[in-house]
Design a protein around this ligand. Structure first.
Ligand code: 2DT
Length: 212
């Protein structure tokens, strides 16, 4: 039998949409149905670059805005060899945030265009499927207060949401919108079904290059 690659699946959405919960449930469900699957997340705060980012997000250090954008991108690029290796081994990767968060968050800052923000991530492994967990801000607010990290304010998150909407107009990316206002189990079943069909479609195709 031909060796089939793993599939690259990304979950995106604003804070409180349930991305991390759903990533974990998806990995478990895929494993239970016989797939090899692993979770990754960005930023990956465990690398040297990730530690710089983490300290910035926790407001323990200051970084110039362009600089931190490039660090977020570098944090993805440093993991590209591992991503490719896992996909080649047939492992499906379920990724909590990717370049789309990178662009949506930085371009919510004054003076940053979407085009400039996308540039450093051009050519990253292109996700086979990007699930956008959509939640109305009133429902998200009921899920609890924001924490104390940078970017965790309503005004900033509203801009991020608008930027995601712009990114989702791009037909070169396989976006699927998920209504994340439903129960954890309902959302999970919806995601699992979409992933099973993406796995069947993508496994015989080469991995693409993002925004290229
Ligand atoms: P969490 O670790 O709670 O997901 O928050 N971010 C993320 C960026 O500004 N740029 C990026 O490239 C990425 C991946 C989103 C991480 C915070 O960092 C923001 C929220």
């Amino acid at each position: 039998m031909a060796c089939r690659r793993g599939v690259l699946i990304v979950l995106e959405g604003v804070d409180k949409a349930g991305k991390t919960t759903q990533c974990k449930k998806l990995v478990q469900a895929l494993q239970e149905s016989g797939h090899r699957a692993e979770m990754m997340r960005f930023p990956d705060r465990t690398t040297r670059i990730g530690l710089l980012i983490s300290s910035y997000l926790e407001k323990k250090s200051q970084l110039e805005d362009h600089t931190v954008h490039l660090l977020f991108s570098a944090n993805r690029w440093e993991l590209v060899p591992l991503i490719k290796q896992k996909l080649d081994q047939g492992i499906t990767l379920v990724v909590d945030r990717y370049a789309f968060s990178g662009v949506a968050f930085t371009s919510a800052k004054p003076g940053f265009s979407l085009a400039w923000c996308k540039q450093p991530d051009v050519g990253l492994p292109k996700p086979d499927l990007v699930l956008f967990l959509q939640i109305n801000p009133a429902l998200a607010a009921q899920r609890g207060e924001f924490g104390t990290e940078r970017y965790e304010t309503n005004a900033f998150q509203n801009k991020v949401q608008q930027n995601f909407e712009q990114l989702r107009q791009d037909p070169s990316v396989n976006w699927k919108e998920i209504d994340a206002g439903r129960s954890i189990e309902e959302v999970h079943m919806n995601i699992k079904m979409l992933c099973e069909s993406a796995i069947n479609l993508a496994k015989n195709l080469p991995i693409g290059e993002l925004w290229k």
